[in-house]
Design a protein around this ligand. Structure first.
Ligand code: SF4
Length: 248
């Protein structure tokens, strides 16, 4: 077999450089040609938490020439990268400023709802008390008889509020218990002015025991709602519909 090496030798000729084979770098897209293309993004809008925009590209005549002629204008890989990067940047800024809500929780909830599951999210369905620890007849009893009110904290001696005696009754540490139960969780200016008070009843008494009243707004659950109020109401409505159908 006879293998010609003449083309290989031509390719290995360093003096000729890559431009000899691909055409002048000043006119190639993947060299300086890309830099002459004009990109613009206009009419950015948000609909249903989605970002819409008009993308424009202006190709100059010599945007890409290769040996043998001019290339027909088309959207190239670098154009996609550039648009994606800029749109992601715009999207992240809008999320940061809460003009777009993170979609994940809403999407997950809607997936469950559309498959017939009831969904609860956040604690805006309380009735007459903020948390079970506000109820007089509530107790969390540990394996050794130690009694607590809050199930959201470690079962330490410091947080113990009573003990289950041999008669099956609870010996409460009255001072601790009274201090907790005297807290009216919504009796503060922040909650009294809030339209969600009948669904929320304010930050729980454990949080109020642990924090100064001036820090209370850090414990307002509304601050941590990860969807719009409208979406949340719709979620609750759809979940209640499923419950009603189950009980029909
Ligand atoms: S202000 Fe916050 S904590 Fe108070 S009732 Fe409203 S949502 Fe609940």
């Amino acid at each position: 077999m006879d293998i010609s090496t003449s083309n290989q030798n031509e390719f290995l000729d360093k003096d000729k450089g890559i431009d000899y084979f691909l055409g002048s770098s000043s006119k190639r897209y993947l060299s300086s040609g890309f830099k002459r293309i004009e990109h613009s993004i206009e009419n950015i809008s948000i609909e249903e938490d989605c970002l819409f925009a008009d993308l424009f590209i202006n190709w100059p005549k010599d945007w890409s020439e290769k040996k043998g002629g001019q290339i027909k204008p088309h959207v190239g890989t670098l154009d996609y990268f550039l648009f994606s990067e800029r749109l992601v940047e715009v999207y992240m800024k809008l999320v940061e400023h809460k003009k777009i809500y993170k979609k994940s929780i809403k999407d997950v909830a809607n997936t469950f709802l559309s498959n017939g599951f009831k969904v609860t999210y956040m604690n805006f369905f309380r009735r007459s008390f903020s948390c079970k620890a506000s109820r007089t007849n509530e107790a969390v009893i540990s394996y050794n008889g130690d009694v607590f009110k809050c199930s959201g904290r470690d079962f330490t001696d410091e947080l113990k509020e009573g003990f289950l005696n041999d008669n099956g009754k609870i010996d409460w540490q009255k001072e601790k218990l009274n201090k907790r139960l005297s807290i009216v969780t919504y009796d503060n200016s922040m909650c009294k002015e809030c339209k969600y008070l009948p669904l929320c009843w304010g930050p729980c008494n454990q949080k109020q025991l642990e924090n100064k009243s001036s820090n209370l707004n850090n414990y307002c659950q509304f601050k941590y709602l990860e969807m719009s109020e409208e979406d949340y109401i719709l979620l609750r409505f759809n979940s209640t519909l499923i419950k009603l159908k189950e009980n029909a």
